[in-house]
Design a protein around this ligand. Structure first.
Ligand code: C5P
Length: 275
């Protein structure tokens, strides 16, 4: 059985307060996108997990393995799972969280007595703040620490250019540095009203302060005539730019790689519109 696990971007990310448990309350508009990982589930006598990307851990550190164990009430279920990784990690694109949610959904479909979505949401919340969102496969406003999900429909008639430098940004670090971070002079960080909605991300401040390249690339993206807007996704290190068409995104990509070098990962995609 094959399943795809879509990545996400955050069209907006407002951090409301730091909580006593160390997490932050937020309000964020999550958009699933057509960049996907692929998972294959097959019958097996024992649990096995393999991944196409050798840099991805395949032990209990991996959210797929943790999702499987949680689904099996502490036991690893007898299933073979293979993950074809397309979504870069430490990228702010939610790849690991989406793989975990997809594992819960697939194991539930294979189970003799499937559990209701509300039960899967509880398990998902234990795996990570973003995991419940990925159970819904729809754009959604996410609140609390991210686990309170309100699906919505959003405009989908645009293209996306994703840019990720060779380094990643650790999410806990970005949240820790939020208090005390400052705007960088000359870098546009105010709210952008676009055909895809209002764009802003409170995590840009701490992330741009340390990773100046990301601030410069965002500024450069906004200067291109084709772009409706540009923003850091989640805690980064991926930036996204919105254009009307894939051809326009491609034109921006060519110039972007000339300007900032071919070592950077780029991808042209669209909002997720189902399988
Ligand atoms: O929930 P998840 O494991 O994805 O979160 C990773 C880290 O990001 C947390 O340990 C915390 O430091 C930070 N975080 C936060 N507030 C959130 C989500 C994540 O502070 N709402």
């Amino acid at each position: 059985m094959k399943r795809v696990a879509p990545a996400k971007i955050n069209l907006s990310l407002e951090i409301l307060r730091r909580r006593a448990d160390g997490f932050h309350d937020l309000r964020s508009l999550f958009l699933p996108i057509a960049l996907v990982d692929e998972l294959t589930f097959s019958a097996s006598d024992v649990f096995t997990f393999t991944c196409s990307d050798p840099s991805v851990p395949v032990d209990e550190e991996n959210l797929v393995v943790r999702a499987a164990r949680l689904f099996g009430h502490g036991e690893l279920p007898p299933v073979r799972i293979h993950l074809e990784k397309k979504i870069p990690h430490s990228a702010g694109l939610g790849g690991g969280s989406s793989d975990a949610a997809t594992t819960l959904l697939a194991l539930n479909d294979l189970a003799e007595t499937p559990r209701p979505l509300a039960d899967l949401e509880k398990l998902a919340g234990q795996l990570g703040s973003d995991v419940p969102f990925f159970l819904h496969r729809s754009a959604a406003w996410c609140e609390g620490r991210g686990e309170i999900v309100h699906p919505v429909s959003t405009p989908v008639n645009f293209a996306l250019l994703l840019f990720k430098p060779p380094f990643g940004v650790p999410t806990p670090w970005a949240y820790q540095k939020l208090a005390g971070s400052r705007d960088l002079p000359g870098i546009p960080m105010s709210r952008q009203q676009t055909g895809a909605g209002l764009l802003f991300n409170d995590l840009e401040r701490p992330v741009f302060e340390k990773y100046l390249l990301l601030a410069l690339v965002k500024k450069w993206l906004l200067e291109q005539t084709e772009t409706w807007g540009a923003l850091l996704s989640g805690s980064g290190s991926t930036l996204f730019a919105i254009t009307a068409t894939a051809a326009e995104a491609e034109a921006v990509r060519q110039r972007l790689l000339e300007e900032f070098g071919p070592d950077n990962w780029t991808c042209i995609t669209t909002p997720w519109q189902g399988e």
